[in-house]
Design a protein around this ligand. Structure first.
Ligand code: FES
Ligand SMILES: [Fe+2]
Length: 340
């Protein structure tokens, strides 16, 4: 997060940080979200909570990031031993009687962040100012009911560094105009004939729904801040995010989930390979588009198959306006150029 406007934008929304099945009561899991060290805990008899993975004494992390959660009753800081329970309360500090002006344990609880379970994921917001999570997920909760309510296990993941701004990559994944041309033997096969495309919108979420060759519907959701949820008729879910990095770079993060026990290793590998094939096709296109952009470039007209892009860009503009971070006239120009 190096751009202040992007930082504000990221703080307005929730982030899927782990599968619900990745954490059990009595466990903790350290993760990094947008360069910020976080600690997920699930106190027994309670619900998952999210804290800054940062000891209030001198800022050191309680534990290192890991792929899997660990069971522990307490969090013990490796620096001077301050000890917390999984609810974030300070239980003891080493040599408490030696503090200069007395010591009040209650004043030194862990910094907590909003955390919730929705669908198969644990979601975290980086501030109290995020929109309600139900709003952010409105269309998913109502149209992907079967997949969204099942227990999912992680079945694969991949990361790619893209040499482009995250907005170009996010736009591309919302772009239903390019699929038949740019992905004829990959994604296009999954999404089928363009004439069958159906678009749906909620305030924050947009959806492309297509009949799947195996029967049922294939659903491609776009949601803020930079997230895509692909849902197959058999309940498999792919979570695709374009995480901002420094200027003109982002990280594509792909995570696959399947209903517990439904996809074996061979199938999981084939599924991942298949998705990476079309995502590599996109990588070449978005990096090329980035090289083509500069102040002298004025984008061509928007096609109706690009309406999910327009929906999201309007949302993005609103967020920047709300933060007072963009000049209204200039932003209107950019959007009307796309709508012309
Ligand atoms: S930094 Fe954690 S106890 Fe000092
Ligand atoms: Fe694409």
């Amino acid at each position: 997060m190096h751009h202040w406007d992007c930082h504000f934008y990221a703080n307005r929304f929730w982030h899927p940080v782990a599968a619900v099945t990745a954490l059990r009561p009595g466990q903790t899991l350290a993760i990094t979200l947008l360069l910020q060290p976080l600690l997920l805990t699930w106190p027994k008899g309670s619900r998952p909570r999210a804290f800054r993975n940062r000891c209030p004494h001198r800022g050191v992390a309680f534990q290192a990031d890991a792929d899997t959660a660990t069971s522990r009753r307490r969090l013990i800081c490796p620096y001077h031993g301050w000890t917390y329970n999984l609810d974030g309360a300070l239980q003891s500090a080493a040599r408490e009687s030696g503090f200069e002006n007395g010591f009040d344990r209650q004043a030194w609880g862990l910094g907590e962040l909003p955390c919730a379970i929705e669908g198969p994921f644990i979601w975290v917001a980086l501030t109290e100012g995020a929109i309600p999570l139900e709003q952010q997920l409105a269309l998913i909760q109502s149209t992907a009911v079967a997949a969204w309510s099942r227990a999912m296990e992680p079945r694969g993941q991949a990361h790619r560094r893209l040499t482009c701004n995250w907005k170009i990559a996010h736009d591309n994944t919302l772009d239903d105009y390019h699929v038949a041309i740019a992905h004829p033997t990959t994604l296009h096969r999954e999404q089928g004939p363009v004439r069958d495309y159906v678009h749906r919108f909620s305030r924050y979420v947009n959806l492309l729904e297509t009949p799947h060759p195996d029967g049922g519907l294939f659903q491609t959701f776009g949601l803020p801040p930079w997230t895509h949820v692909l849902v197959w008729p058999d309940g498999r879910i792919a979570l695709l995010e374009f995480l901002p990095e420094q200027a003109l770079q982002c990280t594509m993060q792909l995570q696959l989930f399947a209903p517990t026990g439904s996809v074996d290793n061979t199938e999981a590998e084939a599924w991942l390979r298949q998705l990476l094939t079309f995502l590599n096709e996109d990588k070449a296109l978005v990096e090329s588009a980035q090289r083509g952009y500069d102040d002298s470039f004025h984008p061509g007209p928007a096609h109706q198959l690009e309406q999910r892009i327009l929906h999201w860009q309007t949302l993005y503009r609103e967020q920047l306006l709300e933060a007072g971070m963009v000049n209204l006239d200039r932003s209107q120009d950019a959007i009307s150029a796309l709508r012309a």
